[in-house]
Write a protein that binds this ligand. Structure first.
Ligand code: ZN
Ligand code: MN
Length: 142
């Protein structure tokens, strides 16, 4: 789906819930849609501040929470005490650098048979986290 369509969907969902739609709120989702690095709330706030200097961190927090509640974004991982967010809600996996915390999407299918002890569970999605050291951090080691 196009970014514009997703933004429109978010605006519609806010209207539906009786939530106020402000350019700052829309900008939060816009930042999440345009970034592939799985930003923290602080990262989003720092980017929005450039355009809307009077936006508060609390507003950005609340908007990310709303986006999550409405299913537009997902928490992807915790890193150094901060939660990282993802606007890609399709099933996919993540490659995580244990040195700098960079998180990249990776798309592949796993031919997966749930182990017996999972019987009875209704699995609605799954995501694999692969941890390692990214090429940039490896270059810094030398
Ligand atoms: Zn790294
Ligand atoms: Mn992702």
């Amino acid at each position: 789906m196009l970014k514009e369509e997703k933004l429109k969907e978010f605006i519609e969902a806010c209207k539906h819930m009786g939530l106020k739609i402000t350019p700052q709120r829309v900008a939060v989702y816009e930042v999440l849609l345009s970034r592939e690095d799985h930003p923290t709330v602080e990262d989003i706030y720092n980017e929005i501040k450039k355009k809307y200097p009077f936006v508060s961190l609390a507003t950005v927090y609340r908007t990310v929470e709303t986006l999550e509640e409405l299913g537009f974004v997902k928490k992807v991982a915790y890193w150094g005490g901060s939660v990282r967010y993802d606007a890609n809600t399709n099933d996919h996996h993540h490659l995580i650098c244990t040195q700098c915390g960079a998180i990249r999407d990776i798309e592949f299918c796993i031919d997966w048979n749930p182990p017996a002890y999972m019987e009875g569970y209704r699995v609605h999605n799954y995501s694999l986290h692969i941890y390692g050291v990214c090429p940039q951090c490896q270059a810094r080691e030398n």
